[in-house]
Design a protein around this ligand. Structure first.
Ligand SMILES: N[C@@H](CCC(=O)N[C@@H](CS)C(=O)NCC(=O)O)C(=O)O
Length: 213
């Protein structure tokens, strides 16, 4: 048995967990979860929400379940420490700050906007993301003028923050801001990103052919 089992679907945030597994050099098996068929019992037992990705670590002390992409990234960085993707003491503040910023404000602001919800002035004070524009200004302000989330060195925070940027640019839920585009190019050059993405892409259903009008 491999060290990890990943419950995933190629068209899901499971891409983030797969990228993290490849960056960490971890040995894993996958279980592809359909969106239309009943979810596997083993997934529901591990994660009653039935959400993917769900990662099981078959550790020497027993199985451990990790859900939530950001937690999966952080867990792999620490557990597979030989990969050197956990933060140094000096990198820790940026690492946690921006990882949690992406899991909270970035994801919430993008979801709210894509569902057509824009908070009014009073709601902005209680919404964790404030406004979409403020979230964007804050994120791009951090990424401009640096290579990666923690500075010059790629860390696991880049898998998570970077996935939001890559998805956002691809689905146009984030604008083609120069700081985001430059960051995305650096991420796309990573061999682990390419290897992980190739696995998911190979499982994507073929796009329907466009018929001439
Ligand atoms: N907070 C979770 C979100 C996971 C999530 O919503 N996954 C979606 C796919 S991207 C899912 O499992 N959808 C199927 C369902 O809810 O049944 C994370 O960050 O991992």
């Amino acid at each position: 048995m491999a060290d990890y089992t990943l419950f995933t679907n190629p068209m899901s945030r499971g891409q983030i967990a797969r990228w993290a597994l490849h960056e960490a050099g971890a040995d894993y098996d996958q279980v592809i979860v359909s969106y239309t068929e009943p979810k596997p019992e083993a997934l529901l037992k591990a994660n009653p929400m039935g959400k993917i990705p769900t990662l099981i670590h078959h550790s020497p002390d027993g199985d451990r379940t990790i859900t939530e992409c950001a937690a999966i990234c952080a867990y792999l960085a620490e557990t597979e420490s030989a990969a050197g993707l956990a933060p140094t003491v000096a990198e820790r503040a940026d690492y946690y700050r921006w990882m949690f910023f992406a899991a909270g404000p970035v994801e919430q602001a993008i979801t709210a906007r894509s569902f057509g919800f824009e908070p009014n002035e009073r709601q902005q004070r209680s919404a964790g993301f404030g406004t979409y524009d403020l979230m964007l200004e804050t994120l791009t302000g951090h990424l401009a003028g640096r290579d990666f989330v923690c500075g010059e060195r790629f860390t696991m925070a880049d898998v998570y923050v970077g996935s939001h940027v890559l998805f956002g640019l691809a689905f146009k839920t984030l604008p083609a801001h120069p700081a985001l585009l430059a960051y995305a190019e650096r991420l796309k050059a990573r061999p682990a990103y390419r290897a992980a993405l190739a696995i998911d892409m190979a499982m994507m259903p073929p796009r329907p052919e466009k018929t001439p009008a």
